[in-house]
Design a protein around this ligand. Structure first.
Ligand SMILES: N[C@@H](CCC(=O)N[C@@H](CS)C(=O)NCC(=O)O)C(=O)O
Length: 222
């Protein structure tokens, strides 16, 4: 097995990489790294101290790549089948835009405003600040989800009616929303809500959701 992913399984960015690997049917090993207490050698391969990092032992050293978007793009080029990026220049760029939207605004809002409060704080044996969560749910999330609702409309997937990196990135951020005990309202965001259920039902996402829910349940019980 030539590929090692360094990171924690509940990170949405690590999950993006794992979904790509599963969708492409590639074997890999996950080495758990907590980015907040990383082993000293991790800093040498992740200058921004973030997860994930990929190591490809088929390559001579230095053989590591940080950043989920860089890693997913590398995997697409090394293992082109099945393609997870649209072929046309414009569609490909649109898929990268949805990836960016998910990785920046959506990740920040769900990550800091909900997942950190309800899950990470419990891991640290601290109490969640439900006021922060309420503000996130009532003020910050609605415009983000309204945009996704408009864009998905009656389409199966975000770009070109094919599952792509856009769906992997968006779907991945919504797993953390789910871990924080939330689902998008079916009344306000019917299309987005059905789309997320569809994406999470894919075998790649379903397998990881299953694995992660048992980790999350342990923290909830703690
Ligand atoms: N742009 C990066 C973001 C990665 C990221 O922010 N990972 C978080 C975990 S979800 C992390 O390592 N945080 C540690 C820190 O910010 O110190 C990517 O796509 O890989």
């Amino acid at each position: 097995m030539s590929l090692i992913v360094y990171g924690g399984s509940v990170s949405p960015f690590v999950r993006k990489v794992r979904v790509v690997l599963i969708e492409k049917g590639i074997d890999y090993r996950l080495d758990q790294v907590n980015p907040f207490t990383p082993p000293p050698e991790f800093l040498a391969i992740s200058p921004l101290k973030r997860i994930p990092v990929l190591r490809d032992t088929d390559q001579p050293e230095p053989n590591t790549l940080p950043d989920s978007s860089v890693i997913c793009d590398y995997l697409e080029h090394k293992y082109p089948e099945p393609p997870l990026y649209p072929k046309g220049a414009f569609d490909r760029a649109r898929a990268l835009w949805f990836e960016e939207y998910a990785d920046s605004a959506v990740a920040e809002t769900i990550g800091r405003g909900l997942f950190f409060e309800r899950i990470v704080k419990r891991m640290l044996r601290q109490e969640p600040d439900e006021e922060v969560c309420t503000r996130t749910l009532t003020q910050k999330i609605p415009p983000l989800f309204d945009y996704l609702e408009r864009e998905i409309g009656t389409h199966q997937f975000f770009v070109g009616e094919r599952f792509s990196i856009a769906d992997i990135a968006v779907g991945s951020m919504f797993v953390n929303f789910d871990h924080a005990g939330e689902v998008p309202s079916k009344q306000r965001w019917p299309q987005l809500s059905a789309y997320i259920a569809r994406v999470h039902a894919r075998p790649s996402f379903a397998a990881l959701l299953d694995e992660e829910r048992s980790v999350i349940a342990r923290f909830r019980a703690a």
